[in-house]
Design a protein around this ligand. Sequence first.
Ligand code: ATP
Ligand code: MG
Length: 558
Amino acid sequence: MNSESQPAPAKPSHFIRDIIVADLAAGKNGGRVVTRFPPEPNGYLHIGHAKAICLDFGMAAEFGGRCHLRMDDTNPAKENMEYVESIMTDVRWLGFDWGDHFYFSADYFERMYAVAVDLIKRGKAYVCELTSEQWKEYRGVPTRPGRESPFRNRTPEENLDLFHRMRKGEFEDGTLCLRAKIDMASPNIHLRDPVLYRIMREHHYRTGDAWCIYPMYDFAHPLEDAFEGVTHSLCTLEFEVHRPLYDWVIDQLDVAVRPRQHEFARLNLTYTVMSKRKLLQMVNDGLVSGWDDPRMPTVSGMRRRGYPPEAIRQFCELIGITKYESLTDVALLEHCVRDVLNRTAERRMAVMKPLRVTIENAAELPASVRAVNNPEDPAAGERTIPFGPELFIEHDDFMVDPPPKYFRLGPGRSVRIRYAGFLTCTGYACDASGRVEHITCRWAPSETEMKVKGTIHWVPAGSPAATVRLYDRLFTVEEPDASEERPFQDFINPASLLETTALIEPSLRNAPAGGSYQFERIGYFTADSKDGSPERPVFNRTVTLKDAGAKNAAAKQA
Ligand code: ATP
Ligand code: MG
């Protein structure tokens, strides 16, 4: 990327950017912009998180601020260090940097407890003994006010004593809880004396067994933002109804910088499920090979598949930031991947269904030919491909009795072969079943005056074999989790992975893990980061050469 020499194109604005611009103009927060990306380390990041990451880090960078990476780990049951590390790797890979601002919510437990104690002392929180069943009844429904808990008017002394004892472990899980004393008649159900702390004997991956009470998200999150001096707390729309409670918590503090929560619509993608719970289920049920299975919508899956981080950022920029829910076509993401790879991926040749060719005028052949690595990028240079009297071409590029408008090889026909002149077919041989297994040709150099309409790819004799994984969408329907009657697993595409063998150009034998190439006329492929070896390289199909939808539309028109 070269940001020095070219001015960045003007970006289409969105309401979050407008809010920040207005806040800065009004002199809020001393002109500072501090955001945070707060994933819960209970799974790997997915493309939806990438949208939030691009927004959180993007806004901070654009306004000279900073963005914190914070592990939102107040719920010990499902969190662990493997997830923490994967999150750090993924955010860095996407191209963002949190500097020194890496935090764990769990590191604030003592400070959060102190805030709770302060609330109790000021008569703003109480220990409640209603069971959750009873509470449901007391809480009421949005259209009808709730009733006050009989424990609501305990003295601060009594509450303090009970809260200390909750912490010391004197009560059973789920028996007592600490509630904020707000308003049982509020039309917003989240303000009806919400739970701040619950008793839960659960080992925490960071704090071990130090705590048996844990703060609720709605209490913890505003505190974390306030402790860190966050100015703009950006989150998805489902938190909109929680905002009054967020503000209530902030109102209880004495803060120099007042964090504000702003909500935007989450990303939903066609042919994809995105919730971590469902992705974990697919991993646990063996429907995929892991979180980084190249078919997964996870950042690690996309990395392994060969999606460039630049393409993901470009996609996030394109979809924009809005306040309304929508469903984005996954083809748009694939388009971004193609767009970047077309510019950056070197070209190579690979043959998926080989047909052996022998050249009769062997004495005239060069020992090798030169090939351009990337016509879109002169700096990518050239390479040498061995050449000789035996080659392999695609089986489909020869027909004994071709139909009209078939411009490839057939008996007596000529075709251009990429980087290496022309072939004219002089004969063919079939196996016992009648399938063509070998053809003979005469060769002519590139300079020859020949009128041919087709160009085909090839590999030389002795080219290595590689495992090639052809991926298709993981689901057969646009919205796999939209059905009331059927679970999303019912819509898994049984043909989402097809493993086959291809002959690859010799130079691909040592392709670096994660290296992406355009296999000419076939698609974009990336060397797998886990399974390949120089003896047996493994390539994942990153994306087809063209959008299948566009191709079908073109076919219909023709
Ligand atoms: P999921 O529902 O997929 O499990 P989550 O919201 O529970 O995701 P968190 O780890 O809490 O996952 O999310 C961290 C941040 O990423 C939050 O601010 C959340 O709003 C945001 N985020 C999660 N999913 C999406 C999405 N699909 N689009 C945009 N932002 C998202
Ligand atoms: Mg969440």
